[in-house]
Design a protein around this ligand. Structure first.
Ligand SMILES: Nc1ncnc2c1ncn2[C@@H]1O[C@H](COP(=O)(O)OP(=O)(O)O)[C@@H](O)[C@H]1O
Ligand SMILES: [Mg+2]
Length: 277
């Protein structure tokens, strides 16, 4: 199926890549990654889906530089993480915002840390808020906001620095279903507007397919890529699309790979594989 828009990252010219090479990570005797190679295009929305405990959070924590690898390297178009502007939205919004700061001051915070002057900060935040239809009292403190509103503030705070890469670790998992659908819409709007490279860890296959250009399916530990599935569905991806036959086919395929992987004995894990697009 052809997309009615060109995906934000498909602008002309050479595509930038995130390259993960020879990644190894163990926690004590538990080997999570034993030589993972993976190349991902920048400017795309990429979801990571796999069995519980297979190392999804560990993977994005290492890619984002929050967690050291045992061995291996991650390069952002040849540059290290220190030279790349990233933002991270954590799963637990309750602990993510500073409770003593009003919502608006939470959003300003990363710019303050970057020593951006007050006038520039105001301009940047105003521009960001104007881009999205935010109906939240930003003078409220986090405890006065609903979970979805708090997570929206976390996402705005992540976006205010204009990150080159946005990491999201199950950002909607603590929200109710209605709020989750609303947040999927918000995230999608942001992606369609900015084209920011986004890496989303999700335990919800429907969500992963709805939001992504690519879904990375992981195996059990020691974890490898089982398959990278291209999601060639038109944008925007409405909730109604999730019942479209093309969507259902993709979901079925992903589930087949997933079930094959969870029922596979550990020693039968596929041999190391490299994926490039
Ligand atoms: N800091 C840690 N110390 C010890 N074990 C850990 C730590 N972080 C993760 N693990 C283990 O590594 C495996 C992968 O964890 P994680 O990346 O959180 O999985 P996922 O996000 O896919 O559910 C799990 O078995 C988990 O228990
Ligand atoms: Mg996790």
């Amino acid at each position: 199926m052809n997309s009615p828009r060109s995906a934000p990252g498909q602008a002309s010219g050479r595509r930038k890549l995130i390259t993960i090479e020879g990644l190894r990570k163990s926690f004590g005797a538990a080997t999570v990654y034993d030589g993972l190679d993976l190349t991902l295009p920048q400017g795309q929305f990429i979801s990571i889906f796999g069995p519980n405990g297979c190392g999804k959070s560990t993977l994005i924590n290492m890619i984002s530089g929050l967690l050291p690898m045992d061995t291996g390297q991650v390069l952002y178009d040849g540059q290290t993480i220190r030279e790349t502007r990233i933002s991270y939205v954590f799963q637990n919004y309750r602990e993510a915002l500073f409770p003593w700061l009003r919502a608006i001051d939470n959003i300003h915070y990363p710019l303050k840390v970057m020593k951006v002057g007050k006038r520039q900060r105001d301009e940047r935040v105003e521009k960001l808020l104007a881009e999205f239809d935010i109906r939240i009292d930003l003078n409220a403190y986090p405890y006065q906001l609903s979970g979805g509103q708090q997570q929206t503030v976390s996402i705005l705070r992540a976006l205010v620095t204009n990150p080159e890469i946005l990491f999201l670790d199950e950002p909607f998992s603590a929200l109710d279903y209605e709020m989750t659908l609303f947040m999927r819409e918000q995230i999608q709007k942001i992606y369609m507007k900015t084209g920011t490279t986004t890496l989303l860890v999700s335990h919800d296959l429907e969500e992963a397919i709805q939001l992504s250009d690519k879904v990375i399916l992981l195996t059990r530990r020691p974890t490898q890529v089982a398959e990278i599935v291209d999601i060639d569905l038109p944008w925007p991806r409405t909730t109604a699309l999730t019942t479209d036959p093309a969507f259902v086919d993709l979901k079925r395929h992903c589930l087949e790979v997933f079930w094959r992987e969870v029922s596979r004995a550990p020693q039968q894990a596929p041999s190391k594989r490299r994926e490039t697009q």
